[in-house]
Design a protein around this ligand. Structure first.
Ligand code: GDP
Ligand code: MG
Length: 163
């Protein structure tokens, strides 16, 4: 069985876009509206000349514990708990939000190896974006632009080193 990497993060940070960049597919639904990806979506990243790994794109984790958002959050948690590596995806443009703080809390509880992936850094001061998340205390941080395929190879190499 391939090792499993889970993409976790609040809605609209670009998890599905990153999933597509890593799997080079259009399997994941990408949408301007938050919460479009509701179920777990599995794919495989097959980097040339390197080992493959499985990838799961989770629905955005909303704050409430009721209804569809709650069910989606539970799915995301389940995906994170079975993963060999969690990529905690955040939005470099918007910076750290209360919802990111909440997700970080349960990620710490799940105790899976976790890398902070700062997405949407195209056209941004990358160091400023990284500094904005410094209080999260991650030693593993990778800045990417999923939409522009920047940093994707670095992220793949980083992930493989952790698997
Ligand atoms: P998800 O809800 O976390 O799966 O987010 P999506 O992948 O559906 O993306 C949400 C929105 O962010 C879409 O409009 C994407 O086009 C946009 N987006 C995703 N990645 C990037 C990026 O690297 N840069 C920019 N500028 N926009 C992005
Ligand atoms: Mg999505």
């Amino acid at each position: 069985m391939l090792p499993l990497v889970a993409l976790v993060g609040r809605p609209n940070v670009g998890k599905s876009t990153l999933f597509n960049a890593l799997t080079r597919s259009r399997d994941a639904l990408v949408h301007d509206q938050p919460g479009v990806t509701r179920d777990r979506n599995y794919g495989v990243c097959r980097p040339e000349g390197k080992p493959a790994f499985a990838l799961v794109d989770t629905g955005g984790i909303a704050g409430e514990d009721e209804g569809l958002a709650g069910a989606t959050a539970r799915q995301a948690r389940a995906a994170a708990e079975e993963a060999d590596l969690v990529l905690f995806v955040v939005d470099g443009r918007e910076g750290a939000s209360a919802l990111d703080d909440d997700i970080l809390k349960w990620l710490r509880k799940s105790a899976r190896p976790t890398t902070l992936v700062i997405n949407k850094t195209d056209g941004l001061d990358v160091q400023a974006a990284i500094n904005d998340f410094a209080r999260y205390g991650f030693s593993d941080v990778v800045a990417v632009s999923s939409a522009h395929r920047q940093g994707i190879d670095t992220l793949i190499d980083h992930s493989l080193a952790k698997l």
